[in-house]
Design a protein around this ligand. Structure first.
Ligand SMILES: [Zn+2]
Length: 473
């Protein structure tokens, strides 16, 4: 299997998506570029899924095993940055940038789907490859809505990857979360002339935040509660604000625990409304599940990662990597996701190794874990619907922080593209290994059923809540 025949196609596709740099739910050009590429290649495409215009699936083949490959393609606000410039330098005409490398992520997945198609065709084998185009990974939980709509249910397994500093299989359990708006309505009044007639919505927000900050003493160490005040009610101190809003993000190790924290936070909000004689409106925004890791699929990915040759780099590529490295803080190396479940000693060893390399030529040793990892991903909901595994491939200088200008600046470099092509080949090889030996999918399924106790997936998002593109103000 060789990705080289698709190198030009994938390189230009990833550069186009980097240029489009579209925000969650509005990835119209990026979604169209990826889906129409596969449509032209003989895949059957379904678009506009689960109330998201930019969600799609592209299917090729027939029969089992049915292998899902996940593709992301959204960018981030506030991260406009020129490519190949090793200092902050916003790109003209946009405030958005690919600060998480999803232009590489989605494109490699398309490359993998093409290679699997070729393999099925060439060997006349039963089996199906489904590329799932997942919008709005950043702050929209697109996969959670796809999972709720049952879009992963017909798959036997799902595979994906993420661009990173290092190479390694991702393991452990990222947190479940939910996000909710708390809106308070008060009565405005002249803050000096008639304060007794006013009821401050901003007071309610502040008291609610004080209440949840006290609650922090009485939650588990693996819980997280963060908030942003999204409406302060105005900028005039001499007006009692009659509206204010705060957005809460609540995380824990599983959906049930998140729901319990959510209920407690709602009580605090109600208390704040009582204290201030304001009205409270609670508006659920989105949620995602914790990740169920799958050791069978992780082992397969790890084996495949060692079979596909790692990229090598030219002096010119290393020169730019060196310029980028000079802008980085070594401390961020420790947060590389491939290191998150390692022992302290192992972590130390790899941090030292990362510090001395510009672009790594080694794979972080894999050890399966279901340990808790802070942070969340909507891959969690996919992993509750179908056995799922993912890996990281190096596309950036280790220590490049996620969601940073440095990450955007490296998005079109040949070394990022080499990481993308490597990822495409690993995904495809792993998928073809399952096509050759469907017992791998059966073993992965058995492990998944044990982890879920055989219970069907229940989405943490209430049925009446639509993807948050529908309640944008
Ligand atoms: Zn990402």
């Amino acid at each position: 299997m060789n990705i080289d025949k698709y190198k030009d196609l994938l390189t230009s596709l990833s550069c186009s998506i980097w240029d489009y740099a579209e925000l969650k739910f509005t990835e119209y050009k990026s979604s169209a570029a990826l889906s129409s590429c596969l449509e032209k290649e003989g895949f059957t495409v379904r678009r506009n899924l689960a109330d998201m215009e930019t969600a799609f699936t592209a299917t090729y083949g027939s029969g089992h095993p049915i292998i899902g490959i996940l593709a992301e393609f959204d960018a981030l606000s506030g991260l406009s940055q020129e490519a190949f410039v090793a200092k902050p330098s916003p790109r003209q005409g946009t405030t958005i940038g690919h600060g998480c490398g999803h232009h590489l992520l989605g494109t490699a997945s398309v490359g993998a789907a093409l290679l699997v198609r070729d393999y099925l065709k060439e060997h006349k084998l039963p089996g199906t490859v489904v590329l799932v185009g997942c919008p709005a990974e950043e702050g929209g939980s697109g996969k959670a809505y796809l999972a709720r709509a049952g879009e992963f249910d017909n798959l036997d397994v799902a595979l994906t990857w993420h661009p990173a500093g290092g190479y390694g299989v991702t393991t452990g359990s990222y947190q479940a979360n939910c996000q909710i708006y708390f809106r308070f309505k008060g009565i405005s009044a002249h803050a000096a002339g008639a304060p007794h007639l006013g009821r401050s919505a901003l007071d309610a927000v502040e008291l609610m935040d004080v209440g949840t900050n006290y609650m922090h003493e009485h939650i588990e160490p693996t819980d997280r509660i963060h908030y942003a005040i999204t409406d302060t009610g105005g900028i005039s101190p001499n007006v009692v604000p009659n509206h204010a809003e705060v957005l809460y993000l609540i995380r824990s190790t599983d959906n049930d625990k998140v729901k319990k924290l959510y209920d407690r936070v709602c009580k605090i909000a109600q208390g704040a409304a009582l204290m201030t004689e304001t009205e409270l409106e609670i508006s659920f925004d989105k949620a995602c599940s914790n990740v169920l890791s799958n050791s069978v699929l992780e082992k397969l990915l790890d084996k495949t990662m060692h079979q596909v040759p790692l990229p090598t780099f030219t002096d010119e590529e290393l020169t730019f990597a060196k310029e980028i490295k000079a802008t980085l803080n070594d401390a961020s190396i420790a947060s590389d996701s491939t290191l998150s479940t390692l022992s302290i000693a192992e972590k130390k060893k790899y941090i030292a190794k990362f510090k001395e390399t510009l672009l790594p030529n080694f794979i972080v040793e894999h050890g399966h874990s279901d340990a808790y990892i802070p942070g969340s991903t909507d891959v969690g909901d996919c992993s509750h619907a179908v056995p799922t595994a993912q890996f990281d491939a190096s596309c950036y200088v280790p220590g490049t922080p996620g969601h940073s200008w440095q990450l955007v600046a490296q998005g079109k470099t040949p070394y990022a593209q080499k990481g993308m092509l490597y990822a495409a080949e690993v995904l495809a090889e792993a998928a073809c290994a399952i096509i050759d030996d469907p017992s791998i999918a059966a073993k992965a399924k058995a492990e998944y059923l044990e982890a879920t106790d055989g219970k069907p997936f229940v989405s943490p998002i209430p049925p009446e809540i639509l993807p948050n593109m529908h309640n944008r103000k």
